[in-house]
Design a protein around this ligand. Sequence first.
Ligand code: ADP
Length: 270
Amino acid sequence: KFDARIKGDYKYELGELASTLNYMAEEIVRSNQIKDEFISSISHELRTPLTGIKGWSETLTMGGFDPEETKLGMGIISKETDRLIGLVEEMLDFSKLQQNEMKLVIGRVNLKELLQETMLNVWAKAEQRGIQIKLDDKTLQPVTVVGDGNRLKQIFLNLVDNAIKFSHENSWVHLVISRAEPGQVLVEVTDTGIGISEEHLNKVKDRFFQVNNQGGGTGLGLAITQQLVELHHGDMDIHSELGVGTTVAVKLPLAEPEDEAQLADGNGNG
Ligand code: ADP
């Protein structure tokens, strides 16, 4: 009887072990696929700016250009280098988030100020395409959230950047800040651009997914944005209609008075 029970236990444990190993094997295959997708999606994006930098640096090395031409070439090298830095930073952020190693520098953040700064950051880019950016403030009080100011800025920069990228020329991008629910702030970023079809809507938050590569980019932006919102205990929703436009709604918890006390304590002690 005793032997039979032990055999039964073994059988059960072996079964468990087999299914765990199976699961691990599937995970390895899946993560290899993700790495392959990552490499192929990123390589192309890295090559484009590198080609520009190499071309212009070789040309300028030959010499004999007037100051205006030299300035043009150097300007392109600088712009393309910024683009490379942006791509590498995006890759690093993504990998940190994947490995649960994104560290937030927590503080109290004035969200209205942050949105105004965000608008200033993309102003020139929007203007180049005749796109107006408007901020509509529906809250009557200051809006403070607890979080990492730089990462929160990254969330909204990415959303506004997408809104501009996928908008038609001479249109507008609208930012609305409101207090939709108690204890929550809602920021909506709306464009009247190309929109996203129903079929693609639930995929755009996936890593690497792009409807088509029309705006360049890596397809990592929304995946990173979504995870950063979650790290701030918020949530992100996308509503869109093909040919009509897109609204991305981000909800974040408002800072509570206790947070203020805690932060003051933290600052006082450390
Ligand atoms: P990237 O912008 O680098 O391609 P994202 O993850 O930010 O990556 O976006 C993924 C895809 O979702 C985009 O390539 C685009 O097809 C679609 N998308 C994102 N934002 C918008 C928007 N505001 N309007 C239309 N399509 C969008």
